[in-house]
Design a protein around this ligand. Structure first.
Ligand SMILES: Cc1ncc(COP(=O)(O)O)c(C=O)c1O
Length: 452
């Protein structure tokens, strides 16, 4: 079968599934996404990944600016129209009579906690809803008791904000922070051994990414968590990019705390995150904002932040429904299909270096990094933007407390609404850069803000 064509049978089935109601429905409604999913229900995620008719329905679910080619979806994701509309509805409702509706919406959020926990595999009493991964991770980073001389092991490629948080604790409490280096791509065994070798009698915390924000290097979370637990070390995992990008269950990771940005790959309204804390560990972390003693063991102590926009959090319910309507496996397979499409096309050129693991078993989904030998990556990003209106972020290592790494690369992150045409335009632009070079960009100050 032509990989880019829907089968005629599937198309007819979809017509049946949609019927008159759905065709009359507004493009981009959840009903159309559900009907599209029903129509392909007996096919594997890998087959569906190549089915442009299916993904066209998903593309319609978003309101996008197609004058730009967005290959930086790893930054913050657009949410689907139905999700945004739900935020407006909750805003309208709360705004009518805040004293009445705010409390109601706040207590109904428990429904979302239950649904999130069921979808992502944990006890609802282990899941706090927050405003993003920075908040989630800082709750546990700042909330754990550490004394002068205690050690935290993390990596040079952890997220800058999280490194800054440890840096501040170093200055405030006199803890020691060891930042491990690792090459990219590398193996999970290599990462495991680096952490194992770095343990000392004073090590109290492991902090690492599930997948990094740079090359999407995947870490062996469960193995590192088991190693840590066997030595009385607490594991804090940065899952900002993982949850919603590829399927897994939180409890299977066996870590102590896990922070997520839900406005990335779950495509929730901007300002949503979550924090998983293993039940026995909840009393061990202080909340960022004070909570009463009776709440010591209650996951909700991490959510007590005063008045905030409940409509944004309520919109998470619709984002979860949208994610479920597509299906986690289908999303992951499509991400991988798009990434392999550009990466396989480019890697045949000797000067191209892919810095992410493309092989099987899958370790790369929507995010991967590429480098052209001999071309400065900032100039490359500028060229892609100027000539082709392609947004992709250049990665250049910095100095502490920022990330420190010795490679340059372009991070490429398409999403479920990216078309094959857009991917192929990127490949063509990169081939042009390979052949003709790109104009030189003098320095980082010349880059627009979204790039840095
Ligand atoms: C690895 C990683 N950790 C943490 C964060 C911070 O997430 P948020 O913007 O939700 O606070 C990001 C954001 O890009 C990230 O990529």
């Amino acid at each position: 079968m032509n990989p880019t064509m829907w089968s005629r049978r599937a198309f007819l089935r979809m017509g049946g599934a949609l019927g008159t109601v759905a065709f009359a429905a507004k493009a981009g409604g959840l009903d159309r996404v559900t009907a599209a999913a029903q129509a392909v229900a007996n096919r594997t995620p890998e087959e569906i990944a190549k089915d442009e008719f299916f993904w066209r329905e998903i593309q319609f679910a978003f309101k996008l600016d197609r004058t730009l080619i967005n290959l930086n979806n790893g930054f913050t994701h657009s949410c689907a129209r139905v999700v945004l509309e739900s935020v407006w509805r909750y805003m309208d409702m709360i705004n009518m009579l805040p004293v009445h509706y705010q409390g109601q919406v706040a207590s109904n959020i428990q429904t979302i906690r239950l649904r999130m926990a069921a979808e992502f595999g944990c006890d609802p009493e282990e899941l706090a809803l927050t405003r993003g991964a920075s908040e989630s991770l800082q709750i546990v980073q700042n909330g754990i008791d550490l004394k002068a001389g205690d050690e935290v092991i993390t990596t040079e490629q952890d997220y800058p904000r999280m490194l800054t948080t440890w840096d501040q604790r170093m200055r405030r409490d006199g803890i020691k922070v060891t930042r491990l280096q690792f090459p990219v791509p590398t193996t999970q065994d290599d990462l495991y051994r680096r952490f194992e070798k770095a343990i000392t009698a004073r090590t109290k915390v492991f902090h690492f990414c599930h997948t990094t924000n740079l090359t999407a290097q995947l870490f062996p979370v469960q193995r590192l968590s088991r190693l840590a637990r066997s030595k009385g070390i607490v594991t804090i995992v940065d899952g900002a990019h993982a949850l919603g990008q590829f399927p897994f269950k939180l409890r299977d990771l066996e870590c102590d705390a896990y922070g997520v940005s839900l406005h990335k790959w779950l495509m929730a309204p901007i300002g949503n995150g979550c924090l998983y804390v293993r039940r026995e560990m909840i009393p061990k972390f202080w909340p960022l904002q004070a909570a009463p003693e009776q709440q010591d063991s209650d996951i909700r102590k991490f959510e007590a932040i005063g008045t905030h926009p409940w409509a944004i959090r309520a919109g998470l319910g619709e984002a979860l429904a949208f994610h479920q309507a597509i299906g986690a496996e289908r999303k992951a397979a499509r991400f991988r299909y798009l990434t392999l499409r550009w990466a396989n096309a480019l890697k045949v050129h000797p000067r191209i270096k892919i810095l992410s693991n493309l092989g099987e078993p899958a370790e790369t989904w929507a995010v991967a990094a590429v480098n052209i030998d001999g071309i400065d990556v900032r100039s490359l990003a500028r060229f892609l933007m100027n000539k082709y209106r392609i947004i992709a972020v250049p990665l250049v290592g910095g100095a502490p407390p920022n990330q420190v790494f010795d490679y340059q690369a372009l991070r490429v992150s398409p999403s479920i609404y990216t078309t094959l045409e857009e991917i192929d335009t990127f490949v063509m632009a990169m081939e042009e850069a390979l052949k003709n070079g790109v104009p030189t960009t003098p320095d980082a100050e010349d880059m627009p803000e979204w790039m840095i």
